[in-house]
Structures are given as C-alpha cells and as structure tokens.
Design a protein. Structure first.
Length: 192
C-alpha cells in the first residue's frame, strides 16, 4: 500500500512538472495566451513576484524556529482552502519515509501570511515527534481530556505559529486564541 502511495505521489509530481513546463513553453510563444496569477499588493515587495518556492524561501526568513525539514511549495489551486500539510516522520530512528512540509501558496498571500502558514506546519512536525505530551497540552490549554485530535493538533500548530512567526489576524483553530502571557508560558513549556 505504501509503495502504491509513493508511486501515486511521484506520478502527480511528474504531471505538475509537465504542466508547469508546458505553461512556461506557451508563455514564450506569444500566440498562446497563458494564465498568470493576478498581481497583488505584495508583488511590490522586493523579490515577491517570484515562483512559489522563492516566496516560501523569502517568508522563511520571518519564521524564528529552525527549519529541520524540506519545505516544498507550489501554487494553491483556485478554491483550494488548504494552506499546507505536514508529513512527519514515524516515531523511531531514521531512515524516515520522506518527511517534509508542503505549502500551498495563494498569489494574494503576503509574506507574513505565508510565514504564518509555514510556522503552522512546523508546529505539526514538532508535536508529532513528541506525542507523549498530549495530556499536558490539553491541561495547559484548558481543553477537555477527550478533545478530538483534529482540534488539539490545530490548536497546537496555531499556538506554535503565534510564537514563531509574525502576528496573524486569523486564528485557524476551533479553540480560543491564547493571550501573550499564555503564549510565553506555552513556549517555555512545550516549544523549547
């Protein structure tokens, strides 16, 4: 089953590369119109009108937690709500099964919003390496012991992003946003 999944991922990546290559080839041929992301206010930032990987590399400078994982970036499809995914290594020593972070970049995202999405996914990579802390996290955040993992993992990733990236206007977890004092305590207890 794992081999089939790996083959499927390789096939999808090959299709994306081929699609991007065809798009770039068509862009050089003035008789073939191509769709380009609409310019946004953030394009005025130096180097911001780059490909998605270059945008991630630029936003990474705003993330204050070290990046231990490959971070791969691509344009987000219209209507796609997912900003990224973490593919953590399994528990135990290496070799790992291709751990990485994937970020899906919207053309309208600012550098700060992208940095926040990256830090959020780093939070998922951080907590999945140390799963024994779940009960402590739930208690520290005043969450019920039977809180579903879909809720507490998003809470953890958002708190992690709040500590290690620029401030975000949106809190993307179904929990209450911790205040500055609570974030400082969480940083010392869970993120150090």
């Amino acid at each position: 089953m794992r081999r089939v999944a790996v083959i499927a991922v390789i096939a999808v990546n090959a299709a994306v590369v081929l699609l991007l290559w065809n798009r770039e080839t068509a862009a050089r041929d003035s008789s073939v119109p191509t769709a380009r992301p609409a310019p946004t206010d953030s394009v005025a930032e130096p180097g911001w009108a780059l490909d998605p990987q270059a945008r991630c590399d630029s936003a990474m400078a705003l993330v204050t937690h070290p990046d231990r994982w490959p971070t791969l970036c691509r344009w987000r499809s219209p209507g796609e709500g997912l900003q990224g995914q973490a593919f953590p290594p399994p528990k135990g020593p290496p070799p790992y099964d291709n751990p990485r972070v994937e970020i899906y970049v919207a053309p309208s995202q600012t550098r700060e919003e992208l940095a926040n999405a990256i830090a959020h996914e780093f939070g998922h990579m951080h907590h999945t390496r140390e799963p024994a802390f779940v009960a402590d996290w739930l208690a520290a955040r005043n969450l019920a012991p039977d809180t579903p993992s879909e809720v507490w993992t998003e809470d953890y990733a958002e708190a992690f992003a709040s500590v290690f990236s620029p401030p975000a206007a949106r809190w993307r977890a179904p929990t209450a946003r911790p205040g500055p004092g609570a974030l400082a305590a969480l940083k010392v207890r869970f993120f150090s």
